[in-house]
Write a protein that binds this ligand. Structure first.
Ligand SMILES: *Cc1c(COP(=O)(O)O)cnc(C)c1O
Length: 251
């Protein structure tokens, strides 16, 4: 039996919470998948998660995927990029990630496409949309979404769009958080109605350790969970939202 501090135990606990929340919301339990987020955690913790059945892992920094890729090659992990990506790091993602959920602007699509062409690969992509009014959040403004999707579908066949991703507002106000998730779902439904050729609009990646139950109630198809599985990180919020970087911060 896994002891209560183990990653296997916490993974099972999170899976159970997802299942119960989906059921309570009248949704099929298997309509919500789990993306464990291993950022800042090392090889030992990740091997534990893999042994407990995790094979797709989220990371928010390209350099962290790069540093984990070789040492963990035997685990056959599908690395999912979920954090802000600078165009000069597109190469690492094009090489090593199976998916990016933080596609949020044209210059990034251009950089990724060029590198993916070079690698002879195509990857799944979710478009990260800004659903809160916080000035500090990455993500494509909702109004730009139709044009962006048409352009990616037309010009960048190496990026297979599967849906949308968001980070909710970083506040304890549950209604404000819920509103962000609702916005993303509404946008997904509207984009689906446009029926853009080459674009799939099924997936909604929303919800983290602190808010995933609300996200599931609002239609999330995929929750990204770090803390509740791997434990607390030594970094503060500027690690999630690096543009809020303060002088002297760790990033
Ligand atoms: C870190 C991170 C998560 C997971 O956050 P937790 O609160 O630790 O569950 C989810 N999404 C993104 C984009 C992240 O950077």
């Amino acid at each position: 039996m896994a002891n209560e501090d183990s990653i296997a135990f916490r993974l099972a606990q999170v899976r159970e919470r997802i299942r119960r929340t989906a059921e309570r919301a009248g949704r099929a339990p298997d309509s919500v998948s789990l993306l464990p987020v291993s950022k800042t955690f090392g090889e030992a913790a990740i091997r534990e998660a893999v042994a407990a059945g995790a094979h797709r892992l989220g990371e928010n920094k390209a350099q962290e995927i790069r540093s984990k890729f070789e040492p963990l090659a035997d685990c056959n992990i599908d690395w999912v990029m979920i954090g802000h990506l600078q165009t000069n790091k597109a190469k690492d993602v094009a090489r090593m990630a199976s998916e990016i959920q933080s596609l949020d602007r044209l210059d990034l699509a251009i950089a990724l496409d060029r590198r993916l062409q070079h690698e002879g690969r195509a990857i799944d992509a979710l478009v990260q949309v800004k659903t809160s009014t916080e000035p500090t959040k990455y993500g494509l403004p909702p109004a730009e979404l139709p044009g962006f999707l048409r352009q990616v579908a037309g010009d960048f066949p190496t990026l297979r769009i599967k849906g949308l991703m968001t980070l909710a507002i970083n506040l304890p106000d549950k209604d404000a958080v819920r509103a962000c998730f609702r916005t993303l779902r509404t946008l997904r439904d509207q984009m689906r109605e446009l029926a853009i050729d080459g674009i799939e609009m099924e997936r909604l990646s929303m919800g983290m350790s602190g808010d995933f139950e609300i996200a599931i109630e609002e239609g999330s198809t995929e929750v990204r969970i770090g803390t509740a599985i791997f434990g607390g990180r030594i970094y503060n919020d500027d690690y999630y939202w690096p543009e809020t970087q303060r002088p002297g911060s760790a990033v």
